[in-house]
Design a protein around this ligand. Structure first.
Ligand SMILES: Cc1cc2nc3c(=O)[nH]c(=O)nc-3n(C[C@H](O)[C@H](O)[C@H](O)COP(=O)(O)OP(=O)(O)OC[C@H]3O[C@@H](n4cnc5c(N)ncnc54)[C@H](O)[C@@H]3O)c2cc1C
Length: 466
């Protein structure tokens, strides 16, 4: 098994030449800090809407080599979060937001088709399943909300037999199906998008150019990066989990968890045998969720959201490579699909998750300066980062429209405990959840202390998992 930081998707997508690093001073209209999906979609949207604007993207490493190029490739809408959003924003605004996110899923597919970008976009829907009695009906309130608010077509409860028709596992019980969801090969999407953006006449992309300092004011933004600097009239911070760090203006708005994926060798015979031929993305109903999907060449990619909590904005180390966690991922994979016994696990990797207490992304302006940021995707950023790119473009262009009025824009800040105390507390809770869910999987009653501690996030208003 090849256990790396960057994983199989980027390897499969093929090596690309590195883009130049920043070695001079540049004046521009918009500086985008970070070349993941958020930064790249923003560059695309701004460039499409205002081709005369000079845009500079500054990336620490290589664009798309962070979580954007190595995630599970689930391209989700926010329909499975409808109830969560309705409680916070009201049903009408929640529906508008979920609709906008579903549009983004389709627009990613259209973008790939329009640009001949073969990112394996496939709209096979998303299925949430129960894999133990403790997970039964975890989807019920979300499905009920979709029906109650007049959008029954976006979510459907499935009987155990209907789940088995889509994918058979000895663990699966009932489930729910959300059709407005797709999958991609995220490495191909990220690198394809990078090439398209780098080819735009009004955009310059610099790689291997870590941003070292950011100074903002009503006049815009000045950054020092690589061995150069950029002065811009506006800026977008799109640096993912590092924005949880102690020197970040977003400190206290997000925490960094981690997630890890194991990939099988091609097993098309097994996929056929279990009837999983529709390309559905699937999660179980745990809080520390197991998520899985097939690939175009007949592999199963299986991830677990139970990696260690990172300290502050540290997105490296065990957030990326953690043998213990991968062993657990593989155990979860084999429990779910015992037919894989004897088949090879060829690759494993992991990465940081920028988690927000609401489980929803936020798109914000920093004070009154023309500086904006999107963060807190909480493991669901592939689809929503496209929406964030559209919103950020409107904000940068100072256009007030239905996008900038979405409730994800400048929401009431919700704080998370930070620093060492936050990390220690988060780790204690994560460990209690791991033990609790292991007991539930084994059909045992969890220790009361683990049950109690794992409820703490919900008690303090931190929405975990599903
Ligand atoms: C293992 C894993 C599985 C996941 N599975 C899914 C999934 O199936 N579906 C889904 O929707 N989401 C998933 N996610 C989450 C998803 O990958 C993210 O939400 C999304 O990629 C966020 O994109 P981003 O552009 O905001 O951040 P990132 O992809 O983190 O990009 C930020 C960029 O900023 C750069 N940067 C950081 N610091 C600096 C600096 N100082 N100077 C310059 N550049 C800097 C980084 O190098 C990086 O390229 C998963 C994440 C992981 C780790």
């Amino acid at each position: 098994m090849k256990h790396t930081t960057q994983g199989w998707w980027l390897e499969e997508a093929g090596a690309r030449d590195s883009l130049p690093s920043l070695g001079r001073h540049i004046d521009c209209d918009l500086a985008i800090l970070g070349g993941g999906f958020t930064g790249l979609w923003t560059a695309w949207q701004v460039s499409k809407r205002e081709p005369s604007m000079k845009v500079v993207v500054v990336e620490r490493d290589r664009c798309g080599h962070g979580p954007s190029g190595r995630n599970g490739g689930f391209v989700m809408s926010l329909w499975p979060s409808l109830e969560n959003m309705a409680q916070r924003f009201g049903a009408g605004r929640a529906i508008e937001t979920a609709r906008a996110s579903a549009d983004s899923v389709d627009e990613i597919g259209e973008f790939c088709a329009d640009h001949d970008l073969d990112a394996w976009f496939h709209k096979g829907g998303y299925m949430m399943v129960s894999a133990s009695p403790a997970q039964d009906a975890v989807w019920q309130s979300e499905v009920a909300a979709c029906h109650e608010y007049g959008v029954p077509e976006v979510a459907r409860e499935l009987e155990p037999g209907e789940v088995a028709e889509r994918c058979r596992s000895p663990l699966f019980r009932g489930g729910a199906y959300f059709p407005d969801s797709a999958t991609v090969q995220p490495g191909r999407l990220a690198l394809g998008l990078r090439s398209i953006i780098a080819g735009l006449p009004n955009v310059e992309v610099f790689e291997s150019s870590p941003v070292r300092s950011v100074e903002t004011g009503p006049w815009g933004c000045r950054i020092e990066a690589g061995s150069g600097s950029v002065s811009s009239k506006s800026a977008v911070l799109a640096m993912g989990g590092v924005m949880a760090g102690s020197r970040s203006p977003l400190k206290g708005r997000l925490t960094v968890a981690s997630s890890h994926i194991a990939l099988t060798e091609p097993v098309p015979d097994l996929i056929e045998e279990i009837g999983w031929t529709g390309g559905e993305s699937i999660t179980d109903g745990r809080r520390l969720v197991n998520y899985f999907r097939t690939t175009e060449d007949g592999r199963i990619a299986f991830g677990w959201g139970g990696g260690e909590i990172a300290c502050g904005g540290r997105i490296e180390g065990r957030a990326e490579i953690d043998r213990e966690v991968i062993d657990q991922v593989i155990a979860n994979l084999l429990r779910t699909f015992p037919g894989l016994a004897g088949r090879q696990i060829t690759h494993a990797w992991g990465g940081p998750i920028d988690a927000s207490p609401t489980h929803l992304p936020s798109i914000v302006q920093l004070g009154s300066d023309p500086v904006y940021a999107a963060f807190g995707y909480t493991g669901n950023g592939v689809g929503p980062s496209h929406l964030a790119g559209k919103v950020l473009a409107s904000l940068v262009l100072e256009v007030s429209d239905e996008l900038t009025r979405l409730p994800l824009v400048n929401p009431e800040p919700q704080r998370v405990p930070g620093g060492l105390a936050g990390w220690i507390g988060g780790s204690v809770i994560r460990n209690a959840m791991v033990r609790r869910e292991a007991a539930e999987d084994a059909g045992q009653s969890p220790a009361s202390v683990d049950r109690l501690v794992s409820e703490v996030p919900e008690l303090i208003g931190f929405h975990i998992g599903r």
